[in-house]
Design a protein around this ligand. Structure first.
Ligand SMILES: Cc1ncc(COP(=O)(O)O)c(C=O)c1O
Length: 461
């Protein structure tokens, strides 16, 4: 398992101090960043990453759901290098470039139905903003000026830029910025606890559209499998029902596939798995397996034509680096490798075994109450004791979420996410190349983490 590390050198200490003095981290408490234990990852190979002291960690979250082909791929590095030498940059404002054209064509070929038009940006948040602005532009092109509201779901995450955050449904991320957020989003219940028989969660969307007035609603945005609240796989019939509702009220259906696309659920686009052709799909992360920052949306062709044929004649949105030649060259190499190496088949072949390993953890550890997920993405929900149906006390929840889980995860050398969005959970979502040996390793390390969690709960009852 984990190899312990060399003692810290003077150079490593200096690097850590520089990080603490100058590098402002994302979503990280100041006290944690300033702590002696701050880690610095310096290299990676396959499904494993290594810190500067030589300690090995299993990348159990694929970075942040994005290192889909794993680390150290020479083909992706070569694609970037070759493109950088030939044409490092030219904007897609009025001009094409070969890799952007090829990446767009490959994505269009993989996208369902008539989603054929690809718009590139640099991140998932920008992809969401692009989709929401495109939906508004489409309605304007049809003279439906009153349509601007967006329906999204509680505990959903759609990014952190002010537009994306307006749509995100995680209270603690939104609250501090509320005066700055756009007020056009309506949040409805997610699919947690819903069943195929009831479909209360899709009914909530239809009810909201009727309450707001369909003529004011622009779009519904949902992830095929919602990450916030932990691996929420929708009940059968949910997505076809969303399609029916969107069509009935003239609302656009956006699938936010920033996590779900590029193989996480065994398909290039998860919408395919859920039997639906949305109007717009957003993507990012796995499109380059994180070897370059790239995001985007793929849109149904008739909708683009509607905008182009309107008096404006253009989709009035853009970014300097949209369709960046180096990022899109890496996307081409990434998608080619996913095809030639049968990554979708690999995920579909292994998801049953992954699930079985998670179910064994559920059966073994009474601090796990539920396992949810699909493909290469699972959430384990934690309680005090599942046998007696005892939830975590407030103090236990605060302790686990306040640093205990992070420490246990790190001590076990398994980089997965302790999550507090609506429950206390552990999320795992490894690189899609993970084979039986890596999945066994994830299970073993989770056994350790959960045993330690149970011990901690017993001493902090
Ligand atoms: C579903 C979804 N949408 C949007 C985003 C925002 O992406 P980014 O962090 O690249 O801006 C994320 C990030 O995790 C996401 O999961």
């Amino acid at each position: 398992m984990t190899v312990i590390e060399n003692p810290e050198t003077a150079e490593q200490r200096r690097q850590k101090e520089q990080a603490q003095a100058h590098l402002l981290p994302h979503f990280t408490k100041g006290a944690a960043w300033q702590h002696e234990s701050l880690g610095i990852i310096e290299r990676a190979q396959g499904c494993y990453v290594y810190d500067t002291q030589g300690r090995e960690y299993l990348d159990g979250l694929a970075g942040l759901f994005c290192t889909n082909l794993g680390h150290g791929r020479v083909d992706l590095v070569e694609a970037a290098t070759e493109q950088m030498s030939r044409l490092a940059f030219y904007p897609t404002w009025g001009w094409g470039n070969p890799p952007a054209i090829e990446a767009a064509s490959m994505i269009a070929a993989e996208a369902p139905g008539d989603l054929e038009e690809v718009f590139f940006v640099n991140s998932g948040s920008e992809a969401v903003e692009s989709a929401v602005k495109f939906a508004r532009s489409y309605h304007l092109s049809r003279g439906e000026d009153a349509r601007y509201k967006v329906i999204s779901r509680e505990w959903s995450y759609h990014g952190t830029t002010l537009g994306g955050l307006s749509i995100t449904g995680v209270p603690k991320f939104r609250e501090p910025f509320k005066p700055m957020l756009w007020d056009g989003t309506r949040h409805v219940r997610n699919t947690y606890g819903d069943t195929a028989e009831e479909l209360a969660s899709s009914k909530a969307i239809e009810d909201m559209i009727l309450a707001e007035g369909p003529e004011t609603v622009s779009a519904i945005i949902c992830e095929p499998v919602q990450n916030g609240r932990g691996g929420l796989v929708p009940p059968d019939g949910y997505w076809p029902e969303l399609r029916r509702i969107a069509d009935k009220y003239g609302v656009l259906l956006i699938a936010d596939e920033v996590i779900c696309a590029f193989g996480r659920f065994g398909h290039f686009f998860a919408s395919e798995r859920f039997g639906v052709v949305p109007d717009i799909i957003t993507f990012a992360k796995g499109v380059t397996s994180a070897y370059q920052p790239l995001g985007g949306m793929v849109v149904r062709t008739p909708l683009v034509h509607s905008v182009w044929e309107s008096p404006t004649g253009a989709y009035m949105h853009g970014a300097t680096f949209g369709g960046h030649p180096v990022a899109t060259a890496v996307a081409v190499a990434n998608i080619s490798a996913m095809r030639s190496e049968g990554i979708m088949e690999h995920v579909l072949d292994n998801e049953g075994g992954f699930r079985r390993r998670m179910d064994e953890l559920l059966a073994t550890h009474s601090c796990v109450s539920e396992v949810r997920g699909l493909g290469y993405f699972y959430a384990l929900e934690l309680v005090a004791d599942s046998e007696t149906d005892t939830p975590l006390s407030d103090a236990q929840r605060a302790g686990l979420q306040g640093g205990v889980l992070s420490r246990l995860v790190r001590d076990a050398g398994l980089l997965i996410r302790p999550d507090d969005r609506g429950a206390t959970m552990l999320l795992t979502s490894p690189p899609l190349i993970a084979d039986h040996t890596v999945l066994d390793d994830i299970q073993d390390r989770l056994h350790t983490i959960l045993s330690e969690t149970a011990l901690w709960l017993a001493t902090n009852a």
